[in-house]
Design a protein around this ligand. Sequence first.
Ligand SMILES: Nc1ncnc2c1ncn2[C@@H]1O[C@H](COP(=O)(O)OP(=O)(O)O)[C@@H](O)[C@H]1O
Ligand SMILES: O=C(O)c1ccc[n+]([C@@H]2O[C@H](COP(=O)([O-])O)[C@@H](O)[C@H]2O)c1
Length: 207
Amino acid sequence: SQSAAGAGGAGNSNGGVTNGGKTTLTNRLIKALPNCCVVHQDDFFKPQDQIEVGEDGFKQWDVLDSLDMEAMVSTVRAWIENPVKFARSHGVNVTPGSREPSSQDIHVLVIEGFLLYNYKPLVELFDLRYYLAVPYDECKRRRSTRSYTVPDPPGLFDGHVWPMYLKHRKEMEDGGRSWKEHFYSRASAGKTKRAPADRKASCKACL
Ligand SMILES: Nc1ncnc2c1ncn2[C@@H]1O[C@H](COP(=O)(O)OP(=O)(O)O)[C@@H](O)[C@H]1O
Ligand SMILES: O=C(O)c1ccc[n+]([C@@H]2O[C@H](COP(=O)([O-])O)[C@@H](O)[C@H]2O)c1
């Protein structure tokens, strides 16, 4: 994508299961890449009193409704509009050594979160998509040692977190045009025909 500031930019998304290692990977990317900003989905959780309680008795944290996704999309759009301004206002050093940003500078945004690929207005903004997964036992083990701002009540992992993960993952895999065709066209590039052009429109990585 080309930003209003004239710098080349790419939005890389880093999604996947809770405790899959998304934040760890994101932190390494920030260290390794110059001009790299990050948007964390966890920063868009609604306040606790707005989270619905389900029939299962658990607060329904692991659903799109618990997140202010419109605000998240606006934040990503702000970076697309002007990554240099975004970087500066988020305390990210812009191209160390040079005073003025050059049109050659590459800017990268990493978008990190557990529920990135089930909200179409967001999916459409990604250039690249990665999905981190870990098996049930490992995920449960890691989650049991994690402390969130709102601690997990007993039984939350098996009663809500894991079932919602499976549901969203299935939704993502079945999801309309985006996923199967994305992987089909990437895996088969150069071997068999790619997905039709109109089907690729939301996946810049395939262009
Ligand atoms: N590659 C890895 N191998 C083993 N443990 C890891 C790995 N990446 C992250 N972890 C551990 O898993 C836990 C969750 O990692 P984190 O990056 O916070 O996950 P997420 O952001 O996906 O919830 C942390 O205890 C972290 O140290
Ligand atoms: O960050 C918070 O305020 C927060 C409050 C309640 C729950 N969470 C949990 O945060 C999880 C997603 O974050 P993560 O880093 O584990 O992918 C999700 O499974 C939620 O259950 C997070």
